[in-house]
Design a protein around this ligand. Structure first.
Ligand SMILES: *[C@@H]1O[C@H](CO)[C@@H](O)[C@H](O)[C@H]1NC(C)=O
Ligand SMILES: *[C@@H]1O[C@H](CO)[C@@H](O)[C@H](O)[C@H]1NC(C)=O
Length: 211
């Protein structure tokens, strides 16, 4: 249903572009304006409930991390607090990850990010933020860069290669830098897929809210 609504909005923008005639640039600017609107996480707004229920639109009620491929070699459970996240602010992260294969190079990451602005809207990839595909995440952090604390303390690598094994990060605090993304508040759904030469290494669906 939410996909249907996303398509519906997309068609709406297209129709608006045809009728007005709103150029591609204007349609894009309107989409960005919509996505840049700060939205109170839906768990705090009861007035929208009947409306969203009517459209059986998915509602984020808490941070939620789940595997969408339980037979993939990489599995992880993650907790994040505070929930909703506060940006800028500090975040406490804990994870248990099990890596079933050695990961040496060429790891493709496909991210799909949706923000709820009444309905779920795809966030485009801009300046490497949003629904982006990274052909090789191994090249994102160069091998010489030291891993941020406290990762070294728990023997958690932050660059390739990643050897087979279990990686455990006990609750640890990180600072989220202030973002220059306008109106980041809201509810998000993120899908993250890692693959190597077309073989899926991991697939996660994440729900998160930013206050
Ligand atoms: C995050 O934590 C650090 C260290 O505890 C503190 O100095 C900093 O002020 C905190 N940042 C925010 C935005 O609360
Ligand atoms: C990781 O595993 C330990 C031991 O089973 C458990 O106590 C902890 O809650 C887990 N942490 C996460 C983030 O799943």
């Amino acid at each position: 249903m939410k996909f249907t609504l996303t398509i519906f909005i997309g068609l709406g923008l297209l129709v608006a572009a045809e009728c007005h005639p709103l150029g591609q640039k204007e349609a894009y600017e309107q989409l960005m304006k919509l996505l840049g609107t700060p939205i109170k996480p839906e768990r705090y707004s009861y007035e929208n409930y009947a409306f969203s229920k009517g459209y059986s639109s998915y509602k984020v009620t808490s941070f939620n991390w789940r595997s969408c491929d339980t037979s993939a070699p990489v599995q992880a459970t993650v907790t994040l607090t505070p929930d909703p996240l506060v940006v800028p602010g500090n975040v406490t992260v804990a994870f248990n990850a099990s890596v079933g294969v050695d990961i040496e190079s060429k790891v493709k990451l496909e991210l799909t990010v949706k923000k709820k602005v009444v309905v779920w809207i795809d966030v485009p990839c801009i300046d490497n933020v949003g629904s982006c595909t990274y052909d090789d995440v191994c090249t994102l952090i160069s091998a010489g860069t030291p891993c941020p604390d406290p990762l070294p303390k728990y023997n958690i690598p932050c660059h390739c290669p990643l050897t087979k094994g279990d990686y455990i990060l006990p609750a640890s605090e990180f600072e989220i830098p202030s973002s220059n993304l306008p109106g980041i508040s809201g509810d998000y759904q993120v899908s993250a897929k890692l693959s190597h030469n077309g073989q899926q290494l991991a697939c996660f669906d994440i729900d998160a809210s930013v206050a």
